[in-house]
Design a protein around this ligand. Sequence first.
Ligand code: DGT
Ligand code: CA
Ligand code: CA
Ligand code: ZN
Length: 584
Amino acid sequence: MARSNDEVAALFQEYADLISITGGDAFKARVHEKAARAIGGHHADVGTLDVKGLQQIPGVGRSIAEKVVEYFRDGSVSAVEELRAKIPAGVRQLTAIPALGPKKALALHEELGISSVEELADAIHAERLRDLKGFGPRTEEKILHGIELLQSSGDRVLLDVALDLAEETVAGLSRVTGCLRCAYAGSLRRFRETIGDIDVLVAATKPMPVMRAFTELPDVTEVIAHGEKKTSIRTGKGLAIDLRVVPPDSWGAALLYFTGSKAHNIRIREIAVHQGLKLSEYGLFDAESGEKIVSATEEDVYARLGLPWIEPTLREDRGEIEAGQRGELPDLVTESDIRGDLHTHTDLTDGLAPLEEMIRSAAERGYGYYAITDHGPDLYMQRMTDERMVAQRDQVRQLDRAYGKGGGMRLLHGVELNIAPDGGVDWPDGFLAGFDLCVASVHSHFNQDRGTLTRRIVRACENPYVNIIGHPTTRILGKRPGIDADLDEIFAACARTGTALEVNAHPDRLDLRDEDILRARRHGVKFAIDSDAHSTLHLAHMRYGVGTAQRGWLTKEDVINVWPHTRLRRFLDKGGRPKRHSVS
Ligand code: DGT
Ligand code: CA
Ligand code: CA
Ligand code: ZN
């Protein structure tokens, strides 16, 4: 994915925020926000396009295209710089607080002179916001909660950002003469949802050439430590990378050690001690003689400890060691097992690409089936109508005939319904019966009380046409906490009604999260790992969903979009719901 697209997208998003903060034209702000999304999801690197080429991107007009060119020519955009100069950086920082929009941020600055997150927290505690219009005790509470969320995500970054950087780093170091093996380890290899720092491991007899090449990588902004065994750098995005170079013979032991987790390492070291052995990043040794026993591969080390090789995504000391000892490790779902994507959008609603482009990209991924699930009419601003939906369905049916030929990719026409505050959805049963599948998601009223929220989602599960609960907790990492509902009651309802829970693969969401997946699985729930793609690029997010599913111990049997088309269809039938017509 082109990093320059992300940069430009972030710049225009900031510009839109700045326009709003300064009380500028709301329409202009929206136009730039839309352009930010379009550029972020564009398949080609915008740094390589000229004004004309840029204008081919939907939502990008002449003035925006010129700003993009200016950015790559001068390294900045004067219109953005002008607005930046008007607003103290602290006020812009305020808008990063979930629950605090640009308008409120500006009011706080103008009325109370607040210009940093710390000053805001102090002002709330001193009850100085009470007299301000539009800031009740409930708003204060929400802001404080938002500050907490912002600070707890601290300096950790999202999985996709870290993975892109790690893959570039590994590719760069692998080219250095003398680098025999190179891989990333740490939380990234375990696919944790956020990453503190990247850990890279190299096997080489002479460490210094690799260490030097590492400090000279293009993105390095600071060398934090530079040595024979370990070198640490900081990169442009603030993310740090630790590099360890080990002798080739220690590769397996080192990879095991630096993959972690710490809790997993401690457990296997205990097992070693019980057997009169000593385990370190250099190998497994006899505790008394100090003689090395094994160290070359992870398999060797695990085997000597009486364990099968354990998938990195399981290494959290959540029972994987005991399961390994009993020979009962789960046969985890992998990305190549995924036969299709069951939650995706087109430009009929808020997606960026037209139907045919999305379908073509899905076919290129080798899928056996693919569902289009644009938003229903109840979601604010989506302008969906019955006619548009039916027209899309006709198109999908036609494309299905073309793509499905000779065992190709089957197309399912679906919808992402909006779960209303009372648990109802956009359409009555008669209309829903025309869809091949329905995803249903919560998109508003996140703050209902626990009982209401629980009943709301349970009612959606009980709808005979709802097949998948989309992004079930609605959390956005670092921005919005998950809803406060009784998840166990929801999981039980899913199992009872034959409704799958989504593992939303978008790196901002990863919802359900690993621990909730583990809990849901115990209820016997089935899952759908979906990209929720709003552009062709997002289809590739699937890998983050699969990693998260693995962390939740999911097997092929648990995941409905691993199943063959006919078995999937049976599941979608929810035990014989009334159908308008059958397509299979
Ligand atoms: P992060 O960076 O916060 O996302 O999480 P990790 O797991 O990548 O942690 P990090 O970078 O501090 O260390 C990488 C691995 O090195 C960690 O997963 C396990 C191993 N490790 C680090 N410190 C210790 C330790 O004190 N004891 C043991 N047994 N292993 C450690
Ligand atoms: Ca790390
Ligand atoms: Ca580290
Ligand atoms: Zn969606």
